[in-house]
Design a protein around this ligand. Structure first.
Ligand SMILES: Nc1ncnc2c1ncn2[C@@H]1O[C@H](COP(=O)(O)OP(=O)(O)OP(=O)(O)O)[C@@H](O)[C@H]1O
Ligand SMILES: [Mg+2]
Length: 156
């Protein structure tokens, strides 16, 4: 029988919607925590990108929610849950270039429709569950590759 990898760390970060001054703080903190725990640099980098995109979407499109960080020996998981309007068509939202960002968000440089594709590209597994009028839950799994050297280099 395969025994599941033990949970090493669990932390919950609240995210306040439309609070652009604090947008991005959770992903910075998550990366700091992961480095402190000795998570491999490549997994830290990928988790940082996934977290930033999920956090920004929560800030831009919802009144808020929370991000749960789970660190296991073999993976990092990020669970984003919000109390927003939900995503009407999740398959469409996964397509590169799809965006409903309002003008004010576009003026700040958001709205390329690359956030969810970027989350997908930087995680090993991405689940999106959304209910209209209730909110959205996104679970991202980032596998840790222990064979990576401490310097983070995979090149010879
Ligand atoms: N948590 C969420 N709640 C409701 N809608 C969301 C949420 N996250 C994403 N969406 C919807 O999915 C669309 C695509 O999201 P995605 O992050 O890929 O692109 P974007 O935020 O529009 O642009 P970018 O991330 O490139 O700045 C958004 O425009 C929005 O309509
Ligand atoms: Mg986005």
């Amino acid at each position: 029988m395969i025994s599941p990898a033990p949970l090493r760390h669990r932390e919950i970060f609240p995210v306040v919607g439309l609070d652009l001054e604090r947008a991005g703080l959770v992903s910075t903190e998550v990366q700091r925590v992961l480095r402190r725990l000795g998570v491999e640099p490549e997994a830290v980098r990928r988790a940082g990108i996934v977290c930033f995109e999920g956090e920004m979407n929560m800030v831009l499109y919802t009144p808020g929610g929370r991000i749960i960080l789970l660190v296991y020996d073999d993976r990092v998981e990020l669970i984003f849950s919000d109390r927003g309007a939900g995503i009407p068509d999740v398959e469409l939202a996964r397509q590169p270039g799809y965006s409903t960002a309002p003008d004010w968000a576009r003026e700040l440089g958001f709205g390329s429709g690359m956030g969810i594709p970027n989350m997908e590209a930087n995680s090993d597994h991405l689940e999106i569950r959304s209910r209209l009028g209730e909110g959205t839950v996104i679970r991202a799994v980032i596998l840790r590759r222990k064979d990576e050297t401490r310097s983070g280099s995979t090149h010879s």
